[in-house]
Design a protein around this ligand. Sequence first.
Ligand SMILES: *Cc1c(COP(=O)(O)O)cnc(C)c1O
Length: 467
Amino acid sequence: MFAADVLNSGMTFHTIIEPFRIHSVEPLRMTTEDQRRAAIRNAGHNLFNLHAEDVLIDLLTDSGTGAMSRDQWAGIQRGDESYAGSPSWFNFLDSVRDLFPFEHVIPTHQGRAAEKILFTAVGGTGKTVPNNTHFDTTRANVEYSGARAVDLVIAEGRDPRADHPFKGNMDLAALEAVLAAAAPGEVPLVMMTITNNSGGGQPVSMENLRATKEICARYGVPLFLDACRFAENAWFIRSREPGYADRDVRDIVREMASLADGMTMSAKKDPLGNIGGWLAMNDDALAAKCRTLLILTEGFPTYGGLAGRDLEALAQGLREATDHDYLRYRIRSTAYLGEALDKAGVPVVLPIGGHAVYLDAKSLLPHIDPLSYPGQALAVALYETGGVRGCEIGSVMFGRQPDGDEKPAAMELVRLAIPRRTYTQSHIDYVIEVCLRVAEGASGLRGLRIVDEPPALRHFTARFEPL
Ligand SMILES: *Cc1c(COP(=O)(O)O)cnc(C)c1O
């Protein structure tokens, strides 16, 4: 309350106060640079292959890595493990529907399970799915079904230096062109990713969402939200979009939901869970098809892929995720990291997104060819130098085409994703120092080549060798 009152009244304290104190601690293990060089060599220069204990500050992802609250842990104890109709399921359902009042809510163990079910039901050869930007697992699930995934983010969203308050927005003219050119039934649905993860954690405005819905309605195509970071997106709308400054975030979320016909969710993001997800929609026939697939692959419709205790933790997490003190701290503390790097001349995607800071490896390492993976080289250097683990989002993640060809990605980024409520400001000050040290030695970094890769989602398991 104290921090909120101070900040709300527009006063002059600049320190970002974490709106919680620490109740249970996890030790971090210190390592030397020599130990880290050996560890990353053994991991085939792929940060996903490291033992997490060899990482000091883990910014690989904000997915499922956040700290749960006292009240979420209490929910874990209350979890009811009845196979069907558990009270924990109804608590979860109420909490989801309070924000996203869709007819049908189908619980899954994480976001990609919801995607797999959805695109098994509506995808297939000859289909096209437009999105502002498909997240990697979304694209993989669309393409695995045989459908084509097209990214239609506005031009500013593809330019790391372009300044725009809603760089995640859909390019409306491009969407209209895709829908106009499509054969009847070719586009089963349009997706909107909020915030736009792969495009830099950038928000989508309510105005753009409304216009997207209007175009979809004209063509009779449903609009689905990939809503993993709905609360952060709503906070950006509240702080940047005219007319929303006095609105409660929960109302903004409900307004976003009212413009959609369904959604997929990874509850490992904004809902503050360590595991979980769901698929929701209004269409009865589609829901029946999806529930059949759910029973085949995940579980009974009142628990899906989750334990009763997980459903309780998520029900409570959803209530905390929309708290204004929390969101103010969340967005400000991410910006704190990004602004410090920007001020020191390290190229980052601007404006700073909600859940992560994206380093622009193409600008920092212009001497490394995109297909020698500048993002991967930068991520490896951050680990070797300071034990900081980030994630390449560039040609390693997106370079391999469905036809087997390799093409450079639009951007070469390294994402430093901030786990929710997990690291303090001094941890982040250390990360800033590590980034600056790596940037100073940038001209000495070399690219890598891939020596082994799987047929899909290669960034998770590929092995590299320094050039
Ligand atoms: C994380 C994420 C997913 C996939 O969710 P998982 O829980 O990791 O399977 C889908 N879309 C977006 C935008 C995401 O951030």
